[in-house]
Design a protein around this ligand. Sequence first.
Ligand SMILES: [Zn+2]
Length: 500
Amino acid sequence: MDKEIRYKKRARKQSVRRLILAATAALFAGIIGGVCTLYSDKLLAPKAETLLADTKTYALSPSSPHRSLQSIVIDAGHGGKDPGSVFEDIYESNINLEIAKEVAALLKSRSYQVIMTREGDVNVSLKERVDVANKSNADLFISIHQNSLKNDTVIHGMETWYNDRMNKASGKFAEYIQQEVASVTQAKNRGLRANQSLIVLKGVSMPACLIETGFITNPQERKLLLSAAYRKQVAQGIVSAIDKYFGNKQETISSSPSDTLPVDANMEPVPLSGKYLDMVVGKRAFVDLKAGDKIVYLTIDDGPCDSTPRLLEVLDRYDVKATFFVTAQYLSEDQIVKQLGQISARGHAVAVHTYSHQYGSIYQSVDSYLKDYKKMDDLIVKATGKRSPLFRFPGGSNTGYNKKIRAELISEMNSRGLIYHDWNAFNGDTDGLIKEQMISKAVTESSYKNKSVLLIHDTPGKKDVIDTLPSIILKLREKGYRFDVLDETVKPIQFESVQK
Ligand SMILES: [Zn+2]
C-alpha cells in the first residue's frame, strides 16, 4: 500500500460540498457511476485558487519543426487542493498521478514524447490543462481518473469517456483504451461513454479520452488501485492502446521519421567500409502488422549448446517456430554447423548473434565487430545455405560496450541491408529468477503489446528455461497470441532508434 496515496481525512464540510457536486455531476451525465465531479459543466469557471498552478510542473518540451516522435499529453486528474473522489483517507488525485507517472515512464521508454499537465500534487485548472495540451500540439491526450459512488460499494469496473465532436478520432482512441486496459487488468468492462460536457475533452483539439480506471468505493478495486503492480498494469494497458492507435494508422507511421527504414528500401545496399563485400543483403520492405493481429516472436540467444536438441523438441511439441540468434561459444564448429542445420530444418530462423560473445574484444572497433560477425555468418551459410538478413548485437544495440563505435557501427550494418533486432520482452533468465517468475515475467511483458519480441537464452545448464516454455506458450496463446519467426519483412524493435 502506498503512503503517498493515503492522506489525512479531509474536513467534513468539504465532503458535504463534494457530495452535492457529485450528485449534480451524476445527474448531468445521466449515469449511475459518477464520473469525477470536477469535470461537469457546473464547474466550468476555474476557482481563483486553481489559477495559481505551479507552471514549473509542466514538462513542456520546446516545439520543434522536426518533431520526429509522437507526443502524448498525460493529464493526471485533480491534484493540490482538489483531491477528486475521496474514500476515507484515500485521494483519487494521488492514484491518478501514480498511474500517470507510470504511463509517462513506459511511453518515454518506447520513443514517445510525453507532456504532463502535472507532475506533483499541485493545483492545475481545467483551462490550464486544455491550454497545455493545445499549445503542445501533441498527437493524443489522455486524462486519468478514478470513480467513486456513495452508498454503493458493489459497483466496480473501468470506463472510458470521449467526445468525438471535437475530433473524430477520439472514439477510436477511447475504444482502444477501453479494450486494452480491460484486457490487461481484467477489470470489469463498463464500456465507452460519449459525453459532450466534460471540459477537458471539449477543449482539447487532438484525439482525446478520459479513463475512469476503477471505483475507490469498491473494496476489491480500491485494494487493487492501491497496489503499484496493478497501477502498472493499468499503465501498460494505456500504452498498449496508444501503440495500437498509431499502429493502425499506417500513413502516420510511414511518414514519421522515427519509423523510416534504416536504409532506403529502394536502394541497393552498399557497405560503407568496403570490407566483407559478401556480407550484404538486398532490398526489402517492412510489412505492418494487420489490425488485431497479436504476435510473439520468440528469440533465443547464445546457443547452440548441448541442451539445444531438447529445446527443439519442446518447440516442435508445441508447434512454435522461433528465431535463434546464435554464437560459437559452446560447441566445436562441426557440431555447430550440424546443430544450425537442425534448427533451420525444423523451420526456425537462424541469425547472427556473435561468434565469440566477448563484448570487450568484439566492440573494440567496427572492424573487429565485422570480423567476429563474419565468422558466425560463414558458419550459418555453411549450415543453412543462406545468409541471414537479420542479426542481434551482443548485449543489445545500446550496450555500454559499444558506446564509442555505436553510431558508426549501426550505419555500417544498415548500409549492408542487415537488420538488427533488439527485444521488448524478456523472461529474466539471466537474473536468477525461479521458474514461476520467469513465466510470469515473459507473459506479462509480452502481453501488453501486439508485437512482442521475447528474449530467452539457450545456454548450457539452463534446464529451467526449457521447462518454462510450455507454460509461456500456452498462456500467451490463451491471450490470443500466435508465434512466428522473424524475417526481413518484420519491422524491427530497435533500442537505438528509441533513444534518438
Ligand atoms: Zn548474448
